[in-house]
Design a protein around this ligand. Structure first.
Ligand SMILES: Cc1cc2nc3c(=O)[nH]c(=O)nc-3n(C[C@H](O)[C@H](O)[C@H](O)COP(=O)(O)OP(=O)(O)OC[C@H]3O[C@@H](n4cnc5c(N)ncnc54)[C@H](O)[C@@H]3O)c2cc1C
Length: 429
């Protein structure tokens, strides 16, 4: 049996290792398109801060790690898949055959169609190559404009601040992390960031980026905002969202929505082809609707499940228990998190929620219920017990009388977790 894995990020690596354990005799090929050993994008902020060098980002440190596991590493970009002949075409023109295929190609950052977005001092922050380019320009005192205050934008802010740059963040939404945090939470994070000396401009877009010299500015770049303001800077970082790497599947029967659609076994619409990680859209825990959950723990979980099913073929019955959206952010030391359906449910569908706001201490909690089940939560500054929130949501625990108690005193969620999840359901109610 020959397993071909496309993509050697966390999902590809975990899948290859799981396959080797589960299928001792099978051939495993792990293909990656970047000019680097398999690495973790999560470590890029630490690289930019100077806490680690590039080898610190590598997922496996021993140079012969994959060789010892008899996993063949292949450098190349997959450009097309022939599902009839079961083979993949690579950018150097060669084909790799497969019996089972895993798509673990992750995503790529989106560059919005803004005039000037391809100028050399404009970079995304996604790969090691991006990190090298940013490090060269983000020198102490450099003026940096960051386009986007989403998940990645917030994560890299601390590294940029530590490099001593003068940072302005421009966000189209009305608050920071608008797709992961409630309005109150996003506004609280904004206040925190501004207090640390970073300028945040919300409800504003970048309209164009010009060469400074072309518009009479002294700096290398001049950025025009929708507010009419023009900002001069040495570096623009684009953190405006990502899109799954699925182009090479065009013309195949593999169904793609935003990402590659998979079932609970992580198999795609074509038997023998699986997908995992940032590229995959798996069924959501609550609604069953497909969802890309682009975080590393999710990539590893999905890869393990895909690999076990690849090893066992038709007999493979390892299933994902539904994706739970989990976002944990450290924004310049302020820890925030959101879980599940954090935005809540409509009242006519049994939705009800409660918010606790402590502006002075940067603490916040929002709990969202559907009937007597906690379906989503957002928190700021509650670092110690968020695991209990996740446990209640992931376990879809029936809260019974605890729901009313939580509506009156939301911080009692830890007690609710202990009371409801460690006793038989009948007692919890
Ligand atoms: C700056 C930054 C910080 C982050 N911080 C966190 C964090 O704190 N917590 C967290 O959980 N997540 C974080 N993430 C997200 C996390 O890195 C991703 O969820 C994770 O990398 C997904 O793993 P993956 O294997 O699915 O995809 P990737 O890591 O993207 O790996 C996919 C691989 O496939 C390769 N590839 C793409 N197309 C092809 C092709 N056609 N042929 C062959 N190979 C191909 C790519 O080059 C890449 O090596 C961060 C991401 C970034 C950029």
């Amino acid at each position: 049996m020959r397993h071909l894995i496309l993509g050697n990020g966390p999902a590809g690596v975990v899948a290859a290792e799981t396959l080797r354990r589960a299928a001792q005799e099978d051939d495993i090929v792990l293909a990656g398109s970047e000019d680097a050993p398999p690495y973790s994008r999560m470590a890029i902020p630490y690289l930019l801060e100077g806490n680690i060098d590039e080898s610190g980002t590598w997922l496996r440190k021993a140079p012969d790690h994959f060789e010892r596991l008899r996993i063949r590493a292949l450098r190349g970009r997959a450009v097309a898949v022939d599902t009839d002949k079961r083979r993949v075409l690579f950018d150097d023109g060669h084909f790799e055959p497969y019996d089972r295929l895993l798509i673990a190609t992750g995503s790529h950052p989106v560059r919005p169609p803004i005039p000037g977005v391809d100028l050399p001092e404009v970079h995304t922050c996604w790969t090691l190559a991006d990190a090298r380019a940013i490090a060269a320009l983000a020198r102490p005192g450099a003026r940096v404009l960051q386009l986007g205050a989403g998940f990645i934008g917030c994560i890299i802010m601390e590294a940029l601040a530590k490099r001593g740059v003068e940072l302005t963040v421009v966000e189209m939404g009305d608050r920071m992390v608008p797709r992961m945090m409630t309005p109150t939470a996003g506004a609280m994070i904004k206040r925190w960031v501004e207090d640390k000396g970073i300028r945040v401009v919300t409800s504003a877009g970048v309209q164009r980026i010009d060469r400074g010299s072309a518009v009479g500015a002294a700096a290398p770049l001049a950025v025009s905002l929708s507010t009419g303001e023009r900002l001069e800077c040495e570096l623009v970082i684009v953190a405006a969202g990502v899109a799954p790497n699925v182009g090479f599947l065009d013309g195949t029967a593999v169904q793609v929505a935003k990402g590659v659609l998979v079932d609970a076994r992580m198999q795609t619409s074509v038997a023998g082809i699986f997908a995992a990680g940032d590229v995959a859209e798996a069924p959501d825990l609550f609604t069953g609707a497909h969802l890309v959950a682009a975080i590393q723990p999710n990539a590893a979980d999905q890869a393990r499940i895909a690999a076990l099913n690849m090893a066992r073929g038709e007999a493979g019955e390892t299933r994902l228990n539904g994706v739970l959206a989990i976002n944990v952010l450290d924004t310049l030391g302020l820890i925030s998190s959101s879980f599940g359906q954090w935005w809540g449910e409509k009242a006519e569908h049994g939705g009800e929620g409660v918010e606790l706001v402590d502006d002075a201490r940067y603490r916040y909690l929002s709990l969202q219920f559907k009937d007597d089940v906690l379906i989503g939560a957002t928190s700021i500054g509650l670092t110690e017990h968020v695991g209990a929130l996740r446990g209640l949501i992931h376990g879809q625990v029936r809260l019974g009388a605890w729901k009313a108690r939580l509506l009156a005193a939301p911080l009692a969620f830890v007690d609710a977790y202990v009371a409801c999840s460690q006793q038989p359901m009948a007692l919890a109610r």
